[in-house]
Design a protein around this ligand. Structure first.
Ligand code: ADP
Length: 286
């Protein structure tokens, strides 16, 4: 089932969403997002506001900015995770995936999270499950695939996550037995198994050592050839290594995070247009 099937007469539909059953899903043309005047609240408190940007297909977009400027809040608005947990969190504005509003009235947030996967700061494999079962856990929740399909999915996704060679002889071992970096790649494989259109990563390397970080960055540069990736990072070097476009967020005295500057990563780091961006990237605050 596609988002367009779920939303009869969806407004703003400018590009069809490819059928999930098509073998080229997630690869043909790529998937893009548009954020229009988004604000997010924790209860009555506004945490971010007036955020608008277009996230290009098959590329990596980095969100940078000092701690507390709303990076995590923002990325969680991109797959409706912000509403999870605290009941009175809310989002205003609109977020479109391939032209369809993910906050549309008839859209199921659970479906949205299948199309727009998320990898978190701390690797969180299911500790009681094997490596194999971790990869296919999401698929098994939604349907009952054949053993052959499961085997193929495990091999494909672990390969895509650059983990297959390290674990192919111990697929029955616990996911928790892996190193931190391997666990993070396992979580990426688990997300890829759902055939997402977009992959969100919230500081995916901040709990990892430099070698594990290097492997994830290499992986991101590989995955963006097929997937649309958005990454939150507090590490400007990381943004310059992986991101095609970078968004700089900043919260003023009122503590509401806003988008200060957004553009090609090279340009933002070498020739920023806003003096606040320049002050941040040259280390004058944050
Ligand atoms: P960043 O990821 O840039 O460090 P966050 O998105 O975590 O920023 O936080 C943005 C703002 O939202 C901060 O002022 C923070 O205190 C607030 N905030 C984050 N999480 C919560 C929460 N669960 N409840 C209330 N306020 C929160």
């Amino acid at each position: 089932m596609t988002m367009s099937e779920q939303v009869p007469g969806t407004h703003n539909a400018t590009q069809p969403v490819p059928d999930r059953n098509n073998a080229t899903t997630g690869t043909a043309g790529g998937h893009w997002m548009q954020v229009r005047d988004v604000a997010a609240y924790y209860g009555d408190r506004m945490a971010i506001s007036e955020i608008s940007m277009t996230i290009k297909p098959r590329s990596t977009t980095a969100i940078i900015g000092p701690s507390g400027c709303g990076k995590s809040t923002f990325i969680r608005c991109l797959n409706r995770m912000h509403e999870v947990g605290l009941g009175n969190n809310r989002v205003t504005g609109s977020v479109l995936l391939d032209g369809h509003d993910i906050y549309g009235r008839s859209i199921d947030p659970v479906q949205v999270r299948r199309y727009i996967g998320m990898v978190f700061q701390r690797p969180n494999p299911f500790p009681s499950m094997s490596i194999y079962d971790n990869v296919v856990a999401g698929i098994k929740l939604t349907r009952s695939p054949s053993r052959t399909e499961l085997d193929e999915t495990v091999e494909r996704c672990l390969n895509q996550a650059a983990l297959w060679d390290e674990v192919k002889d111990k697929l029955k071992a616990s996911g928790a037995s892996l190193s931190g970096g391997q666990q993070q790649r396992l979580c990426i494989a688990r997300s890829l198994a759902m055939q997402p259109h977009v992959l969100l990563m919230d500081e995916p390397c901040s709990a990892l050592d430099p070698i594990a970080t290097y492997k994830i960055e290499t992986l991101i540069n590989e995955l963006k050839r097929q997937y649309t990736i958005v990454i939150v990072t507090h590490n400007m070097q990381q943004a310059s290594r992986v991101a095609d476009e970078t968004a700089f967020f900043l919260a003023g005295e009122e503590r509401i995070g806003k988008l200060v500057e957004f553009g090609p990563t090279n340009q933002l780091f070498t020739n920023p247009t806003d003096p606040r961006t320049e002050a941040y990237i040259t280390g004058r605050f944050g």
